[in-house]
Design a protein around this ligand. Structure first.
Ligand SMILES: *[C@@H]1O[C@H](CO)[C@@H](O)[C@H](O)[C@H]1NC(C)=O
Ligand SMILES: *[C@@H]1O[C@H](CO)[C@@H](O)[C@H](O)[C@H]1NC(C)=O
Ligand SMILES: *[C@@H]1O[C@H](CO)[C@@H](O)[C@H](O)[C@H]1NC(C)=O
Ligand SMILES: *[C@@H]1O[C@H](CO)[C@@H](O)[C@H](O)[C@H]1NC(C)=O
Ligand SMILES: *[C@@H]1O[C@H](CO)[C@@H](O)[C@H](O)[C@H]1NC(C)=O
Ligand SMILES: *[C@@H]1O[C@H](CO)[C@@H](O)[C@H](O)[C@H]1NC(C)=O
Ligand SMILES: *[C@@H]1O[C@H](CO)[C@@H](O)[C@H](O)[C@H]1NC(C)=O
Ligand SMILES: *[C@@H]1O[C@H](CO)[C@@H](O)[C@H](O)[C@H]1NC(C)=O
Ligand SMILES: *[C@@H]1O[C@H](CO)[C@@H](O)[C@H](O)[C@H]1NC(C)=O
Length: 454
């Protein structure tokens, strides 16, 4: 077999292991909401938003009925307060599967069960029942002949990882080593995913200034704000990828491989009663828009470029009755009267029109007083990591001006800005660019600078 063919076959095998259909974005539906809409109203909202995957906190029977025959894939949950019984009694686990899963399949497409939520970090004394609960539930699925349709796993918090940066040296907190070994063994044996609740919002707030807000919001635009892992030389343009890679490396440090990571909760609050300044509508919209774009782009993470990370947004409705660490924070994308807190689309925003009407008549142009060396550096960045479409300024193309760094840089900066502004792109380029109302394509300069290829 030729190397190319071999590579293609290996690629295909990998795609089969990691879900050939590509990554998806689903949403969490929490129920600690004082005026929660009815199950059928919730399903109408999901349909209107074209949401195809939901994670329920529990196994509410009205929701499971309302979700029947909708084509929506459902993850149900075993709440933390039921885990103890499930892990101590095989019949209790079997009974739970029969009443909450088997009774609704196939009309309701239940594909995953999240057993507990952040159990090791929030209810440490239940740690010893986690894996027994998974095993009892798995036996019950097997007995009901549902073990290929339904997978089992358990969501973990980033707090499980002692030192998440740099990702290459991340490990799970050794307090839970023996539980993690059994848990990973279970996932490997059953072909299930590691479930991670990845919240860059908390990473940003707890970092107290160590990480730029842009990095948490997928807005690392300038090369000087990218964060490199010194051991691998991989560049991290966003904290989400760094969290996922820290998890892959923690799994690897336990000598397990080929366990995919799935993100079971990720979002951004649009309001905080604690007056945390980063919790606002602009940031929540930017985070969630960029997260959806990132996941649907199927680009994986820097250390695992071929492993796509399906993600459940957190969350549909703000949970005003929820206690604990999220108290006072509003994470929902909808009000319970079904109006949107901010407008978010679940379709592939990456392929949507890139130019925003708000930018009509606004141009991002190179600062002609900036040193040419700095302009060149920014130009290289815009055409490289910034993904501006620089084909028109390449040799032989209509806007190729080998002598005019200001003109070609303006072309690249403007293209970049118009593509990315809606999702938070800025016109700064390390202070070598500025907004102008004059179309830079109308000005022609001559000097001698060559463009590097990308
Ligand atoms: C349920 O979801 C799975 C995974 O996407 C899909 O393969 C299957 O066809 C769905 N089943 C039904 C009945 O819609
Ligand atoms: C590991 O977890 C234990 C128990 O929660 C905690 O006391 C300890 O500080 C953690 N260690 C690290 C390095 O985070
Ligand atoms: C940004 O500008 C500073 C100061 O002019 C310079 O030291 C740095 O190398 C620049 N960074 C990049 C990536 O262009
Ligand atoms: C992983 O394997 C290495 C090399 O065989 C060994 O030194 C290490 O103790 C193992 N780690 C765990 C957590 O089993
Ligand atoms: C999408 O993925 C491609 C490679 O697969 C990458 O070059 C590009 O930068 C990604 N775009 C975004 C917006 O993440
Ligand atoms: C949800 O609200 C109930 C009281 O209404 C409370 O007992 C429970 O702890 C809350 N759940 C969470 C996750 O905060
Ligand atoms: C929905 O609720 C929000 C928040 O309470 C309110 O601001 C908005 O006006 C309501 N929308 C409608 C259509 O009632
Ligand atoms: C343009 O560059 C010059 C020289 O680096 C700098 O002093 C000036 O502030 C820049 N202008 C803008 C708008 O960034
Ligand atoms: C890039 O620009 C060229 C020339 O302007 C155009 O033909 C091409 O379709 C553009 N490519 C993308 C991906 O937008």
């Amino acid at each position: 077999m030729s190397p190319d063919r071999l590579e293609a076959v290996l690629m295909l095998l990998m795609l089969m292991v990691y879900n050939a259909s590509g990554a998806f974005v689903g949403i969490n539906i929490g129920t600690n909401v004082s005026d929660l809409p009815s199950a059928s109203d919730i399903v109408s909202i999901l349909k209107a938003k074209k949401i195809q995957h939901v994670r329920l906190v529990d196994s509410d029977h009205e929701m499971l009925v309302a979700l029947a025959n909708t084509g929506i894939e459902v993850m149900v949950g075993v709440p933390n307060n039921q885990l103890l019984r499930m892990g101590q009694s095989r019949p209790t686990a079997a009974d739970w599967i029969n009443k909450n899963v088997a009774a609704y399949i196939p009309a309701t497409n239940i594909t995953y069960i999240a057993v507990g939520d952040e159990i090791l970090t929030t209810v440490p004394n239940a740690a010893l029942v986690l894996v027994p609960a998974l095993q009892f539930l798995q036996s019950a699925l097997l007995a009901a002949n549902l073990n290929t349709q339904v997978k089992l796993s358990s969501p973990h918090s980033m707090d499980m990882i002692s030192k998440a940066f740099p990702p290459s040296t991340a490990t799970f907190n050794s307090t839970w080593s023996s539980v993690m070994l059994q848990y990973l063994g279970f996932l490997k044996k059953t072909g299930s995913s590691f479930m991670l609740n990845a919240q860059p919002y908390y990473g940003y707030v707890k970092g107290q200034g160590v990480f730029p807000l842009e990095y948490a919001l997928f807005r690392s635009l300038n090369p000087n704000s990218q964060i490199a892992d010194p051991n691998t030389n991989l560049f991290y343009t966003n904290m989400f990828d760094a969290m996922v890679d820290a998890t892959y490396n923690s799994i690897k440090a336990m000598n397990f491989t080929d366990i995919p990571v799935m993100v079971t909760a990720s979002g951004w609050p649009w309001h905080s009663a604690r007056k945390e300044p980063a919790a606002d509508v602009d940031n929540a919209l930017a985070y969630n828009t960029n997260l959806i774009r990132h996941v649907l782009n199927n680009s994986g993470t820097p250390s695992q470029p071929n492993n796509q990370v399906s993600t459940y947004l957190f969350e549909l409705f703000s949970e005003d009755l929820r206690s604990g660490s999220v108290s006072g924070e509003s994470w929902g994308i909808m009000f319970s009267n079904a109006s949107a807190v901010y407008s978010l689309t679940f379709e592939d925003v990456a392929t949507a029109s890139t130019d925003s009407p708000a930018l009509h008549g606004m141009f991002c142009v190179a600062n002609s007083s900036a040193p040419h060396s700095a302009l060149k550096q920014s130009l290289d960045w815009a055409c490289g990591p910034g993904s501006a479409n620089c084909s028109a300024i390449q040799p032989g193309q209509p806007c190729y001006k080998p002598d005019d760094i200001v003109a070609v840089a303006s072309y690249a900066f403007n293209d970049y800005y118009h593509r990315t502004q809606a999702s938070g792109g800025t016109c700064n380029f390390n202070s070598t660019a500025t907004i102008s109302s004059t179309d830079p394509s109308l000005s022609i300069h001559v000097s001698l600078v060559s463009l590097s290829q990308h």
